[in-house]
Ligand binder design. Structure first.
Ligand code: GDP
Ligand code: MN
Length: 390
């Protein structure tokens, strides 16, 4: 089972759709990819609307990515403007057009994992809105926290306790209880690591409404939620990680310059340690897994070489389920495509290793007998490349 380090973030509009499934009230609205569509939606909704950039970062309000429009014409104007923005380096490709709410109070409300307590924790604050990080840092007492037993689930009295502690007027307790339940379900049923509403507002016409939503799904549980997997916004995530996922590879980019291609997570860690022991810095963690096909190896090499920091590639393959000749064929196939300019060092042992080495003999690769030898040769290759540059 590959372990991905990258959780899946849902966009605001996706998070709110999910919330709505569990009975949490959300504003009417739809997502648009063009300003014309935004205008159309504003016409359908009638009245004031809010135009909201859909990017997978927080603080959109402060960055100018959330704007109120009084009519469809202004909605179109603002959508044009917001669709042309970049927020924290991310281009805005879609906007959510929602019915605008008249706000009386903004509440923060979330469920997340408390790693230290090893339990889910429900958190709320009457000081909700855009500055919850500041509240957490400066006045943490304004945030109430209640642990939820994952087996028992959220109890009614817990939701009431939270409502009382944040001084929510009594008339809202019943609806707040239903929202708390919905939030708990959204979190637990979908294996989320975060389900957050900020703000949950009290409107001037005295309703509770989730104006913003943020859901993060534990990537390791995604196989249980094919419906959520389809929501994954590949465009918005880093290219190499996405490419790796497509081929079932586990890839994590690091800061060093020696690319490492290894089969097995434990062996990958050992390889990184030995590289460091000889004074090198690994450029990545990459596990091609057991029984890797030539196609997978080629993809892995492409991914490693897509990192411009890489000055040498170290292959450490322990043949077992993964056959040495398959790996060699993969490397050769990849070499036809990518034509790397950096030296490549191979240590290949185990099943069909001899055959693999023979296949690689013509490919101008540096072979090594032991892992220590391979690490030393990789470090030396990088040092030579650096000398060549200066
Ligand atoms: P964030 O900055 O990325 O968290 O985006 P939010 O969706 O939370 O919006 C930021 C702020 O914009 C909210 O805290 C509200 O104060 C304001 N806002 C969002 N939607 C509406 C709305 O429908 N009406 C009004 N009046 N303000 C809104
Ligand atoms: Mn928000």
């Amino acid at each position: 089972m590959p372990v991905h380090e990258d959780p899946m973030k849902l966009h605001e509009y996706q998070s709110k759709q999910l919330f709505s499934k569990y009975g949490i009230p959300i504003p009417k609205g739809r997502v648009a990819a063009t300003a014309g569509e935004a205008r159309q939606i504003a016409e359908e909704l009638g009245g004031r609307v809010v135009i909201k950039s859909q990017v997978l970062v927080g603080g959109r309000g402060k960055a100018g990515g959330v704007k109120l429009a009084k009519d469809p014409q202004e909605a179109e104007q603002l959508a044009t403007q917001i669709l042309g923005m970049e927020i924290k380096g991310l281009p805005v490709r879609k906007v959510l057009v929602d019915e605008a709410a008249a706000i009386d109070q903004e509440i923060y409300f979330a469920v997340t994992n408390d790693r230290a307590a090893r339990k889910p924790v429900m958190m709320a604050s009457s000081a909700g809105g855009i500055d919850i990080e500041e509240v957490a840092a400066k006045t943490p007492e304004k945030i109430v926290k209640i642990h939820v037993d994952p087996l028992l689930g959220l109890r009614d009295y817990q939701a009431r306790d939270i409502a009382a502690t944040i001084d929510l007027p009594r008339e809202y307790w019943k609806d707040f209880g239903a929202i708390a339940n919905g939030l708990w379900k959204a979190y637990s049923i979908n294996d989320a690591t975060l389900a957050e509403i900020n703000p949950l507002v009290i409107t001037k016409d005295k309703r509770l409404l989730a104006l913003d939503g943020k859901v993060i799904i534990d990537d390791n549980a995604l196989f249980r939620h094919s419906d959520l997997g389809e929501m994954r916004d590949i465009d918005e995530e880093a290219g190499a990680e996405t490419e790796a996922r497509k081929y079932g590879l586990t890839y994590i980019k690091l800061e060093g310059d020696i690319g490492c291609m290894v089969n097995g997570a434990g062996l990958a860690m050992t390889t990184m340690d030995i590289v460091k022991l000889f004074g090198g810095e690994p450029a990545n963690f990459l596990d091609i897994g057991g029984g890797a096909s030539a196609e997978k190896v080629a993809a892995a090499l492409r991914i490693i070489l897509s990192d411009p920091n890489v000055k040498a590639v170290l292959f450490n393959i322990f043949g077992g389920i993964t056959r040495g000749d398959e790996v060699a064929r993969g490397i050769l196939a990849a070499l036809q495509e990518v034509k790397p300019k950096v030296p490549m060092i191979v240590r290949l042992v185990g099943t069909n290793a001899e055959e693999g080495r023979k296949l690689l003999a013509d490919a101008k690769m540096i072979t090594a007998e032991t892992l220590a030898d391979a690490a030393k040769k990789s470090v030396a290759a990088v040092a030579a490349a650096m000398r060549g540059q200066s």
